[in-house]
Design a protein around this ligand. Sequence first.
Ligand code: PLP
Ligand code: COI
Length: 356
Amino acid sequence: MIQEIKINKTQTPKSKGDLKDLGFGKIFTDHMFLMDYDKDKGWHDARIVSFAPLEISPASVVLHYAPEIFEGMKAYRTPKGKIQLFRPMENIKRMNNSAERMCLPKIDEDMFMDALKKLVELEKDWVPSEPFTSLYIRPFMFANDAHLGVHTPEKVVFVIILSPVGSYFKEGINPVRMLIEKDDVRAVKGGTGFAKCGGNYAGSLRAAEIALQKGYAQVLWLDAVEKKYIEEGGGMNVMFKIGGKIITPMLTGSILPGITRKSILELAKSEGIPCEERLISVQEIEEAVRKGTLEECWCCGTAAVIGPIGELAFGDEKFTINDFKTGPMARRLYDELTDIQWGKSEDKFGWTVPVC
Ligand code: PLP
Ligand code: COI
């Protein structure tokens, strides 16, 4: 059921500057969406208010046991100055799947969509228009009971904040180096890997920091049981082009089902490019490098879009891919996908949703 959203506009709007050199997730717009849940009343008090700190008790359960989930999506400015979302219903459904896994309450899909559209419309002047920029949308939900017993949450807060962004990696669409992580693991089947919950990321920070210090942009996680199969990056999925085929790790339950991943597969298949979703081992990558059949590799996600991987390291071994250059398939998919997102080409798939 859609509730009425009360809008309380800020009296002190921030200066937007020129919305250039944005980086990722450092600047926030003037308003945020908030909604509260409690066990007896359900979701209530949907409102858009000034972007401001939230008040939570030191005993709030999220600070202790981390019941928190989030999403990441973007609004794009088209050449005609219109604003559109990319596959928002996919994010809404994934957030509800994450909620189910984490014992958090689901949100009515139409209510969620209405909140997204109203907030983005109110903040439309914050959607940047420079090449490669967009308005990143971060919906998140956390349990907020002030009660230290480990329990199913009874009070929950749902928030949507917005951030004008540029490239996620400082390299932009240029290749990055990635380290295949041998020691720490991210997620295991039956765990929370398929859910977008904060805890998955907290546990990945140590390996990511070590990789960063060694000059790698991110880690590539292996499956947690055999430590043999590639799973995904810290904040993105991964794809390989081997012998003319696009191969990406199958969704085993420990990997996030990325919307960019899904869109690339649908796009590539519609063009007759062979795609496989299956287990892919480090050994297979090593063999493909030896035989010269590993043509390209890239990571993909909302924040990163498509980021070519120019080098993969595994212990002392280093595999250089496509001479550390952006490959033609990554470039082509990047152009085709972003042309749809930025409204520069016809959206044959019906993926975009107009806001205003
Ligand atoms: N895998 C992880 C761990 C992520 O954090 C993300 C980013 O959301 C992705 C994959 C890619 O998902 P999507 O394409 O839906 O952004
Ligand atoms: C995204 O791509 O939206 C993500 O959530 C990745 C990262 C910033 C955690």
